[in-house]
Write a protein that binds this ligand. Structure first.
Ligand SMILES: *[C@@H]1O[C@H](CO)[C@@H](O)[C@H](O)[C@H]1NC(C)=O
Ligand SMILES: *[C@@H]1O[C@H](CO)[C@@H](O)[C@H](O)[C@H]1NC(C)=O
Ligand SMILES: *[C@@H]1O[C@H](CO)[C@@H](O)[C@H](O)[C@H]1NC(C)=O
Ligand SMILES: *[C@@H]1O[C@H](CO)[C@@H](O)[C@H](O)[C@H]1NC(C)=O
Ligand SMILES: *[C@@H]1O[C@H](CO)[C@@H](O)[C@H](O)[C@H]1NC(C)=O
Ligand SMILES: *[C@@H]1O[C@H](CO)[C@@H](O)[C@H](O)[C@H]1NC(C)=O
Ligand SMILES: *[C@@H]1O[C@H](CO)[C@@H](O)[C@H](O)[C@H]1NC(C)=O
Ligand SMILES: *[C@@H]1O[C@H](CO)[C@@H](O)[C@H](O)[C@H]1NC(C)=O
Length: 751
């Protein structure tokens, strides 16, 4: 990625690597798995269930060429009408001619987007949202991910009341997993790998478990973040992401099956920290599953992706799309030079709690050049057993230096660098500390002036209250979304940077020298980490306001979000070092306590989303695939959803005026009046009509129009790209403040 002429290496954990696979069952035949949508109303009366219809249809296909019959994978009951199956081209041709066939899509593959954060979110055990929600103890969160390590202390159910009677889930028996691994916190665990196995990928026990057990840690991390033992929401785990030696991915038909099961089991919320390419919504399994969930009142949060400005994932308007923010915490190593004359603190996530005492410190011999730590630069004869000091202007990654330290048998290192690079546990397999150049100069001066420089280092020091925070890290995916740019995405930021949470202790989180560090908790960065934070906050909200729709919950979260960091400035975009915009941070950073009492919400119903799909010019058949019914019409087609944010897309060269229509619902148990306040950037005119709205009682509604006008007489259209303002409804004689960002942007032209 090139930004401001400097190239930055994204430091993402191993698990976030993207793997694209093309699967077919073997080289000799070209069968593959497909997702087949059917029209339930065309089912002949002789069948008692859609499942029996689908399996009968499959068994009626003739397998003339190779004699291999089609293989049924899953029947879907909630996320779509239809099933998945492994078919040859000839099977597919026959199936497409059958009555009731709506559409078929080939298998696609998703990838993962990979504790102090409770305090940072303002959650306090004695006041605010946490106690009001009864700590969320009747809420069930479904996590669609890589499974779970059930023995983690994060899933301890001590003191929890019995599992809600409405729960219909189960605990699957499989490799190192059985019903005794579930408890009153971890109430369900299933795995979905039929499509993967049928495509010829085996699950070998050295790479994964053929069960809900988490081999790689990602799912344990996300689920312990969403509802770790501090918040007694219940967890149900749906493992859809598997590894073999060379491949890691989620199959679309397995993912659909996981979401289908979660809906059928009765989860209240779902979080997905993975994404499929942004194809149209009717082809995207997460968009399909989330639509069905939304209809049933299930709140769905998804990660926005780790692709920075190159791609945004999970941008459907019925999904709450979560970007990553940093937290006000740093991991430090404290360096003491000589006899304690001088101390400096730098960044380090070296995971061993060790004190290195009075070790020789090395900074070249003879010509102390800046390049001293590049590969091949260190002579083991001089550096064995010593700490190395390295002096850089800027580095984009420490890989070469780490290799060099290892090669030369140095004991550890102090690196002076201007770049504040993200670190994850699996990178820091040698003890080293990064110091700021000012501190680096102090260290250098000490070394040059000492005959026998020595250093002591205390690792595993945590620094809280760092500023500024939150910031938007490099990797967090930026809007607008490519499929539906008419809604501002991402919606919100939640912590997703160097997050400490549960892990699968079977697998090393890092190497210390040649020893793998096995740990119950690790640090990970990614929007994978932010979606479960957001869903945890949403669970507390839903527990407090059972009657709220998913749109109302999202609205409450968005309109009360923090829009300034802890230095009272606009959030910094770490990719540029400049202030970000709502394309980076959406409505802002989630503030759960404020979200509990938003005053007003922008609510939406299923019909609103259908009107939106109509506005996108999706065909009746395409909308039927998503809505799973055909008794709708498009007479109110509109791209203007009743969304808690506004985005004016600048691409249409003839438009200079953009009008949005919105309706607010009072969620307070009294009458209220609000006045509009508009914050607008230079050259943009924003008009709100009327400027005052009023509500007589709880759930009463009032509407307004908002018009954004850009002045092309003075400035080119491109001037407005990235400009934004806010609409703020301030309660008169009251305290509620309802804020929405208003953004102008060009959209990616992929639609
Ligand atoms: C489940 O597995 C554990 C070992 O992991 C075993 O001790 C226990 O007996 C098993 N329980 C059942 C019900 O099979
Ligand atoms: C993993 O998947 C790759 C790609 O299809 C395949 O070649 C390999 O045999 C698989 N490994 C196992 C152990 O199944
Ligand atoms: C030290 O090394 C640098 C970089 O290789 C070189 O530019 C510089 O001239 C050298 N200085 C001396 C005193 O040798
Ligand atoms: C939908 O079709 C109408 C009529 O052709 C067109 O004006 C509009 O721009 C289209 N909308 C989208 C989102 O493509
Ligand atoms: C379209 O909007 C009108 C006016 O609000 C309403 O009467 C009508 O029922 C709507 N049609 C549909 C299909 O929702
Ligand atoms: C809400 O208002 C109704 C009618 O005024 C009243 O009966 C009820 O107690 C109020 N509820 C709360 C929570 O204040
Ligand atoms: C918003 O604009 C529409 C169309 O221009 C108009 O019919 C409606 O009365 C306006 N609503 C308000 C609240 O101003
Ligand atoms: C706000 O309070 C002032 C002073 O009590 C009162 O005059 C005014 O009518 C109130 N406004 C509203 C909208 O309630």
């Amino acid at each position: 990625m090139e930004l401001d002429g400097k190239s930055f290496q994204l430091f993402l954990p191993l698990l976030l690597l993207i793997t694209i696979v093309t699967a077919s069952s073997s080289a000799s035949d070209n069968r593959q798995s497909y997702i087949i949508h059917m029209d339930k109303s065309a089912m002949p009366a002789s069948f008692s269930t859609p499942h029996s219809w689908y399996t009968s249809a499959l068994s009626s296909l003739s397998s003339s060429m190779d004699g291999i019959p089609p293989i049924h994978l899953y029947t879907y009951n909630h996320v779509m009408n239809g099933f998945s199956a492994v078919l040859s081209p000839s099977h597919l041709g026959q199936l497409e001619k059958m009555p009731g066939h709506v559409a078929t899509f080939a298998e696609t593959f998703g990838h993962l987007h990979t504790t102090h954060t409770g305090d940072f979110l303002g959650l306090n055990k004695n006041v605010g949202l946490w106690p009001a929600a009864g700590f969320g103890d009747d809420m069930i969160i479904g996590i669609i991910d890589t499974g779970v390590w059930p023995e983690s202390e994060s899933f301890n159910d001590k003191g929890m009341p019995p599992v809600p009677a409405r729960w219909r889930g189960a605990c699957e028996i499989g490799a190192e997993f059985n019903s005794s691994h579930c408890n009153k916190k971890l109430i369900g665990a299933r795995s979905f790998s039929k499509a993967m196995k049928r495509s010829g990928l085996n699950i070998l026990e050295i790479y994964d478990y053929d069960s809900p057990r988490d081999f790689w840690g990602h799912g344990t991390h996300t689920s312990s973040t969403a509802a770790g033992s501090l918040v007694p929401a219940r967890l149900a785990i749906y493992k859809v992401y598997f590894y073999n030696d060379s491949i890691s991915s989620a199959f679309a038909s397995d993912t659909l099956a996981g979401m289908d099961q979660a809906i059928g089991n009765g989860v209240d919320l779902m979080s997905l920290s993975l994404g499929f390419s942004e194809t149209p919504f009717y082809e995207n399994p997460i968009a399909l599953g989330a639509f069905a969930a939304m209809e049933k009142g299930i709140f769905v949060a998804c990660s926005s992706g780790n692709s920075g400005k190159t791609a945004m994932f999970n941008g459907a308007p019925w999904i709450t799309t979560v970007g990553a923010g940093t937290v006000d915490r740093d991991f430090a190593g404290r360096i003491t030079l000589g006899n304690g004359d001088l101390s400096v603190t730098g960044r380090s996530v070296y995971p061993e709690n060790q004190l290195v005492s009075r070790v020789p410190l090395y900074f070249g011999h003879g010509n102390r050049s800046k390049e001293i730590c590049e590969y091949g630069s260190l002579d083991p004869e001089y550096v064995v057993g010593k700490y190395i000091f390295c002096d850089f202007d800027i580095v984009t990654s420490y890989d070469l230096q780490l290799d060099e330290f290892r090669r030369s048998h140095a004991s550890g290192a102090i690196i002076s660098s201007t770049s504040g690079i993200s670190v994850s546990s699996d990178e820091f397999n040698l003890p080293f500390v990064i110091v700021k150049p000012e501190d680096g100069d102090l260290v250098k001066a000490y070394i040059i002036s000492s005959k026998n420089p020595i250093v002591s280092v205390k690792f595993q020091t945590t620094v809280l209250g760092t500023k500024p925070a939150p910031q938007v890290p490099f990797f967090s995916s930026r809007g607008p979304g490519s499929v539906a740019p008419w809604v501002l995405k991402p919606d919100i930021l939640a912590p997703g940077y160097e997050i400490l949470a549960g892990w699968a202790p079977n697998k090393g989180a890092a190497f210390i020298r040649d020893d793998e560090l096995l740990t119950d908790y690790v640090l990970e960065s990614g929007t994978s980490m932010s979606s479960p934070h957001l869903v945890g906050a949403a669970a507390l909200l839903k527990a407090t306001h059972h009657e709220w729709s998913s749109a109302a919950i999202r609205s409450a979260i968005m309109t009360t979000a923090d829009v300034f960091d802890n230095t009272k400035s606009i959030f910094t975009d770490m990719a540029t070092g400049q202030s970000g915009t709502p394309l980076d941070f959406g409505a802002g950073h989630v503030n759960p306590n404020k979200a509990m009492n938003p005053g007003l919400v922008y609510d939406m119903e299923v019909q609103d989303y259908i009107n939106f799909l109509c506005g996108m010019n999706y065909s009746m058949q395409q909308i039927t695939i998503i809505a799973r019914r055909s008794d709708f019409n498009c007479e109110n087609a509109s791209l203007d959803l009743n969304y808690p944010s506004f985005i004016a897309i600048l691409n249409d060269k003839s438009t200079t005026s953009y009008t949005f229509k919105r309706v607010l619902t009072n969620v307070v148990n009294s009458s209220s009046v609000y006045a509009a306040e508009v914050v607008m950037p230079t050259g943009m005119k924003i008009v709100v009509q009327p400027m005052t709205i009023s509500f007589t009682e709880k759930y009463s509604r009032d509407g307004f129009n908002l018009t954004v006008e850009i002045d092309l007489g003075q400035r080119p259209r491109s001037y407005y790209n990235g400009k934004y303002g806010y609409l703020i409804w301030n309660e008169i004689n009251g305290t509620h403040v309802v804020r929405s960002p208003i953004m102008c942007a060009f959209s990616p032209q992929q639609w």
